[in-house]
Design a protein around this ligand. Structure first.
Ligand code: GTP
Ligand code: MG
Length: 281
């Protein structure tokens, strides 16, 4: 499936990240726990390689716990701490400060030796569009300062936000790389809402999602749409789902656009169940 992506302001953002890195002690990279690989921007990896980093697997309320645990083990190392989070509810949010303190232990000790009493940790929050950066920041600040929304591209420019626990957070617009080499990566990003629906063929996208779920999570599809036997092909299954949802126009034709919107919406909202689309290599 061709996704014509025009990077536009994303290029500018990349340059800004480089500049902003000079202003911070650490980086919090937010990924989507349903797609920890596809949601890791390779640019961010390279740009942030010299900074202590916390990787947040956000929206972990939408994934299956066993897979998330595997990802935590897989991604963590000496310089990177990985934490699963539900930023909407705040589950896991209390482990952020200890993780940063641990990563910055030596720096903080140096600062204390120099007589600094009040240590402020400045952190840049980065991640692809729509992963929940602003939601996370609001939770940390116990305040809805940063604007959030259920579509990519809500945050337009950087903004500093203070918390009461000595951490200052820089909210940034989501960055996505300009070209998707791997179709699975592009699809995973599209399924979870990191790419604007307007630039995609959502009927085809919905069909691809059915194809994926039919292989890896057939029971979830059956339960959600009350279907006893899924179709032989993804299209047959999509038709069954459409009929169950009454997406039929006069003459018995299926309204594919309507069922595509419903299906993607329900998947993104976790209504089809706890689903992880990628497992560690
Ligand atoms: N289920 C679930 N939804 C979340 C979570 N965190 C954020 N969301 C939702 O994800 C959507 C995007 O959140 P934002 O905080 O605006 O994302 P962002 O990364 O700042 O997006 P941009 O500014 O567009 O790059 C919103 O609808 C949030 O309510 C989470 O942990 N779980
Ligand atoms: Mg935002």
């Amino acid at each position: 499936m061709a996704i014509n992506w025009f990077p536009g302001h994303m290029v500018k953002t990349k340059r800004e990240i480089k500049e902003n890195l000079k202003l911070v002690d650490a980086v919090i990279e937010i990924r989507d726990a349903r797609i920890p690989k596809a949601s890791a921007n390779p640019d961010i990896d390279a740009l942030c390689k010299d900074k202590p980093r916390v990787i947040i697997l956000n929206k972990s309320d939408l994934t299956d716990t066993a897979s998330t645990r595997k990802w935590i083990d897989y991604l963590s190392n000496e310089n990177v701490k990985t934490i699963a989070l539900n930023s909407l509810k705040g589950d896991g949010i209390r482990s952020i400060k200890p993780a940063l303190d641990e990563l910055l232990k030596e720096k903080h000790e140096r600062q204390r030796r120099k007589g600094l009493v009040k240590i402020i940790t400045r952190v840049m929050v980065v991640g692809i569009p729509n992963v929940g950066k602003s939601t996370f920041i609001n939770k940390m600040a116990k305040n809805n300062i940063a604007k959030t929304g259920d579509r990519p591209g809500v945050t337009k420019s950087k903004q500093w936000i203070k918390t009461s626990i000595g951490i200052e957070l820089m909210d940034t617009p989501g960055v996505l790389w300009p070209k998707f080499e791997d179709e699975d990566v592009a699809l995973n990003l599209a399924f979870t809402g990191a790419i604007k629906d307007e630039i995609m063929d959502i009927e085809e996208l919905a069909l691809k999602l059915v194809e994926r779920l039919q292989v890896h999570y057939p029971e979830n599809l059956k339960t959600r749409y009350k279907i006893e036997n899924l179709g032989e092909t993804p299209l047959e299954t999509l038709d069954l789902i459409a009929k169950k949802r009454g997406c039929i126009v006069s003459g018995g034709e299926i309204n594919y656009n309507r069922i595509a919107v419903i299906l993607l919406d329900e998947f993104r909202g976790g209504k089809i169940g706890n689903i992880t689309l990628e497992i560690p290599d």
